[in-house]
Design a protein around this ligand. Structure first.
Ligand code: HEC
Length: 478
């Protein structure tokens, strides 16, 4: 395998921050879900505006223009302001939480990201021109601007989707890290692109129903007609199971097993997402499309909230089933590559980490400080000490030997964790750090340096091996 990125060749240390009781994944996930929702609204909104402009031009819908005037203000405000603020926020949080992952992806996809940015410029230019000048333009010019806007917005999805899908299924890029297009058009590229396109259309049409209800000067019958037009967009939701199943069929077997019961959290979130989608779909297809019901502002808002829930669940699952990797088989979530584990087992994972532990005076001895450093480097991306997915909650009742053995064999304890990547001394330091906290943080704490204990740690680490845990677990279930 050719390692093109130097970030994958050597261990690179970055300063790591702690976000208190919130898990790092929650910080990046929370902002990410919000950003994705807003961005998908912007893309679907562009497509929906093209449709209504066409309805207006062909005389099919007398109030189409009025709708456009109301809708694009909301769209521009949300997509330009909230979209841009959260988009830049995504860069900031990614760099804070997973600098190596984002570094590798910038390394690989530099020019693709630059290409995405040019489409973003086009989107903003066309959108703003419409916002500012639509009232002075003729229909043809309006439609042209809207098509530019919608095309550019969708193209930004086209580019970013490849980079996101790559993380779970890098495809042929595995064998050759310079095979850029194989990594980009990877096995989950098309199912996720189509799935997201439908999501965009559904979110935008739900938002449109909220806007239509809030627009002044319309008769109920006018609103009803406009809403039924939106329903034409919303029924695309029936395609979701097709793309969803396609996605499930091409993801790696271990990832699939998490959603199908292997991980309670993943399975639950997947079901929440599917349940919410079925509710929206049922309303759209049966209520709006078949029975031609009216949908009032409150119901439309509720459906929007459900759509947000479905998006949140879906994104959570997409991110979660990649564990223990951020780039499958290439980079673990804690920024260590599978190839580096064996070396770090020998030299120690934080021996070369130049960043000192914060507030050292609060720890009782050097060993516990070392343990904190090991925790920070290897575990803190997925765990906190006392908060979400807190190690105290998970190990509160364990004795020292349980801690030693289970952490030594971390990748077998739960296969969505990477192998422990430190030496026997670091393992002991981490155990002492956790146990010290579990015992109520006493002021004095003995240093643990019994050679027999370290020898046992070494044995357990050797038994665990340096490979990821999943192939063994999978072989057993197959
Ligand atoms: C890729 C993310 C990830 C990393 C890195 C990670 N863990 Fe975990 N760990 C998890 C998840 C997810 C769980 C499941 C929590 C649950 O069952 O609710 C878990 C569970 C655990 C458990 C409880 C297991 C059980 O069966 O009860 C322990 C102990 C644990 N982790 C320790 C660690 C330690 C120590 C480190 C660092 C050396 C670490 N983990 C690194 C994600 C991770």
């Amino acid at each position: 395998m050719t390692h093109y990125s130097t970030l994958l060749a050597d261990v690179v240390y970055f300063p790591l921050n702690d976000f208190g009781p919130a898990m790092k994944g929650m910080i990046i996930g929370g902002l990410g879900i919000f950003h994705v929702f807003v961005a998908q609204f912007a893309i679907g909104g562009g497509l929906l505006m093209c449709y209504f402009q066409w309805l207006a031009m062909t005389g099919r819908e007398p109030h189409a223009r009025q709708f456009l005037d109301g809708f694009y203000k909301v769209l521009v405000l949300i997509s330009f302001v909230v979209g841009a603020v959260t988009g830049v926020g995504m860069w900031f949080t990614s760099i804070q939480i997973s600098p190596v992952t984002i570094g590798v992806m910038i390394d690989q996809f530099h020019w693709l990201w630059a290409t995405e940015w040019t489409f973003f410029c086009l989107e903003v230019g066309a959108g703003y021109a419409f916002y500012r000048y639509a009232q002075y333009l003729n229909d043809k010019a309006r439609l042209t601007l809207l098509i530019f806007y919608a095309f550019a917005a969708w193209m930004s999805l086209f580019w970013i989707n490849g980079i996101l899908a790559f993380q779970l299924t890098p495809g042929g890029w595995h064998d050759d890290n310079t095979a850029l297009w194989q990594g980009f058009f990877n096995p989950t590229y098309f199912p996720t692109l189509f799935f997201r396109t439908v999501t965009c259309m559904v979110i935008a049409s739900l938002a449109a129903c909220v806007v239509i209800n809030a627009m002044p000067g319309l008769e109920r019958e006018d609103r009803r007609r406009l809403i039924l037009r939106c329903a034409h967009f919303m029924v695309m939701i029936v395609l979701m199971p097709v793309f969803g199943l396609w996605f499930l069929a091409v993801i790696p077997a271990d990832s699939r097993s998490w959603v199908m019961g292997g991980s309670a959290a993943m399975t639950m979130f997947a079901n929440i997402s599917i349940g919410a989608t079925i509710l929206i779909g049922g309303y759209a297809v049966i209520g709006l499309f078949m029975q031609r019901l009216y949908i009032n502002g409150a119901t439309a808002t509720l459906l929007m909230a459900l759509a947000f829930g479905a998006t949140a669940g879906g994104e959570f699952v997409r991110e979660g089933i990649r564990k223990p990797y951020t780039i499958r088989k290439e980079l673990y979530s804690n920024s260590i590559t599978p190839d580096q584990v064996a070396t770090l087992r020998k030299i120690g994972s934080v021996t070369n980490d130049p960043y000192p532990v914060r507030n050292q005076e609060q720890y009782p001895n050097e060993q516990v400080i070392l343990g904190q450093k090991v925790y920070r480097f290897q575990c803190s991306v997925c765990h906190t000490i006392e908060g979400a997915n807190g190690l105290m909650h998970l190990t509160g009742a364990w004795d020292k030997d349980m801690l030693r053995k289970n952490i030594a064999k971390l990748q077998h304890l739960k296969t969505f964790m990477p192998p422990f990547s430190g030496n026997a001394l670091e393992l002991e330091a981490l155990v002492q750090r956790i146990d010290w906290q579990n015992e109520g943080q006493p002021e004095t704490w003995p240093i643990s340096n019994d050679p027999a204990v370290l020898e046992q740690n070494r044995k357990w680490l050797d038994e665990a091996g340096t490979q990821p845990g999943w192939p063994k677990a999978l072989a057993r279930t197959e």
